[in-house]
Design a protein around this ligand. Structure first.
Ligand code: HEC
Length: 98
C-alpha cells in the first residue's frame, strides 16, 4: 500500500500536477478532456453535476467516469492513478448531496 502511494505520488509530482477538486471542475468542463475531439464535455450531459448527486457512493466511480470518457466523449480512458482522474473523481465526489 505504501509502495503504491509512493508510486502514485511520484507520478503526480513528476508531471507537476497535484490533483484537486478545482482542477477536476476545469476538466469536467473541458471538451478536450482525455484526447476527446468532439464537442462534448462532462458538463454537456451533467450540467451543474446533474445525475451525479449520488455518484460519490458509487464503488465503481472510476470505471463509470472512464465509461463516460470512452463513450460519449470518444476519449481515451484515464489511468486510475493519473492526476486527471483523481481530480475528476474529487470534483464528482464534491457534487454529492446537492
Ligand atoms: C452524452 C452524455 C454524457 C456525457 C458527455 C457524460 N456522461 Fe456521465 N453519464 C451519462 C449517462 C446517461 C449516465 C447514466 C445515467 C445516470 O446515472 O445519470 C452517466 C453516468 C455517470 C456517472 C455515474 C453516476 C452514478 O450515480 O453513479 C458518473 C460518475 C458520470 N456519468 C460522470 C461523467 C463524467 C466525469 C463525464 C466526463 C468525462 C461524463 N460523465 C460525461 C451521460 C453522459
Amino acid at each position: 500500500m505504501a509502495f503504491f502511494a509512493m508510486l502514485t505520488l511520484g507520478a503526480w509530482s513528476s508531471k507537476g500536477k497535484v490533483p484537486s477538486a478545482a482542477e477536476g471542475e476545469k476538466l469536467f468542463n473541458d471538451p478536450r478532456l482525455a484526447g476527446s475531439v468532439n464537442a462534448s464535455s462532462c458538463a454537456t450531459c451533467h450540467p451543474d453535476g446533474k445525475g451525479l448527486e449520488r455518484a460519490f457512493e458509487n464503488p465503481e466511480l472510476i470505471s463509470v467516469i472512464n465509461a463516460c470518457i470512452a463513450g460519449p466523449l470518444e476519449g481515451q480512458p484515464l489511468p486510475e492513478d493519473s492526476a486527471e482522474m483523481q481530480s475528476l473523481k474529487e470534483h464528482v465526489e464534491s457534487l454529492g448531496g446537492e
